[in-house]
Design a protein around this ligand. Structure first.
Ligand SMILES: *[C@@H]1O[C@H](CO)[C@@H](O)[C@H](O)[C@H]1NC(C)=O
Ligand SMILES: *[C@@H]1O[C@H](CO)[C@@H](O)[C@H](O)[C@H]1NC(C)=O
Length: 183
C-alpha cells in the first residue's frame, strides 16, 4: 500500500464524516421546526371553555427550554382545568422572538383576569418591559403568573422556590392575583 492510498483514504473518510454530520444537523433542525409548527397548529388560538366568564390568556413560548415548554403544556392546561374557578382559557402560541411584545402592545389584554406565561425568563422580561416603557411604569395589564418552562427559570425560583409547574398552578391564590403585578 502506497502512502498516497492512506492519505486518500483519510481525506475520503473526513469528507464522509462531514457529509454525515451536515445531514444529521439539518435533519435535527427540520425535526425541531416541524415540532414547533405542529405544536402551534394544534394549540394556537384555542379557546378552552370553562364555566367562569373570567378568561385567562395562556401564552406558550414553544421554543423555551429546548422544548420543555411544549413537554409540560398539556399538564399545565389540565392542572388549570382542575381548579375550582374553572376559567375559560385562551391560548396564544408565540411564533417569533418578539411576539409577546407585539401581542401585549397591540391586543387589549385588560379584558383578561390574568395572563399565564409558559416560557423562560426572557419571555417574562419581554412581557413586562415593553409596555411598561411605553406607559411610564403604570400597569397596563392584569397580573402575570410565570410557569417554569425555560432552562434556568430564575424568576420562577425567586418567586416560587423550587416548586414545579403543577404545584404553582395548584396553589396560586386569587387574593395574590388581585394585588400583584407578577405572582
Ligand atoms: C368546567 O367547565 C366545563 C364547561 O362548562 C365543564 O365541562 C367542566 O366539567 C368544568 N370543570 C370543573 C372542574 O368544574
Ligand atoms: C428542585 O427540584 C428538582 C426536581 O423536582 C430536584 O431535582 C432538585 O434537586 C431540586 N433542587 C433543590 C435546590 O431543592
Amino acid at each position: 500500500m502506497s502512502p498516497y492510498t492512506i492519505i486518500y483514504a483519510i481525506i475520503a473518510y473526513k469528507l464522509l464524516a462531514t457529509l454525515i454530520l451536515t445531514w444529521w444537523t439539518q435533519r435535527g433542525s427540520a425535526k425541531w421546526k416541524l415540532r414547533l409548527k405542529t405544536f402551534t397548529a394544534n394549540h394556537d388560538g384555542k379557546v378552552i371553555a370553562g364555566e367562569n366568564k373570567d378568561k385567562l390568556l395562556f401564552i406558550a413560548v414553544p421554543s423555551s427550554g429546548a422544548g420543555r415548554a411544549m413537554d409540560i403544556y398539556d399538564e399545565c392546561i389540565e392542572e388549570l382545568q382542575m381548579r375550582e374557578e374553572n376559567f375559560t382559557i385562551e391560548v396564544y402560541v408565540t411564533k417569533r422572538s418578539d411576539d409577546i411584545k407585539n401581542l401585549v402592545v397591540s391586543k387589549d389584554v385588560s379584558e383578561y383576569y390574568g395572563i399565564i406565561v409558559l416560557g423562560g425568563d426572557s419571555s417574562i422580561t419581554e412581557l413586562i418591559q415593553a409596555p411598561l416603557r411605553r406607559n411610564n411604569g403604570k400597569r397596563m395589564y392584569p397580573p402575570i403568573l410565570h410557569l417554569p418552562g425555560g432552562s434556568t427559570n430564575l424568576l420562577s425560583k425567586e418567586l416560587h422556590g423550587n416548586k414545579s409547574h403543577k404545584e404553582i398552578l395548584g396553589q396560586f391564590s386569587t387574593e395574590k392575583v388581585k394585588r400583584a403585578g407578577v405572582i
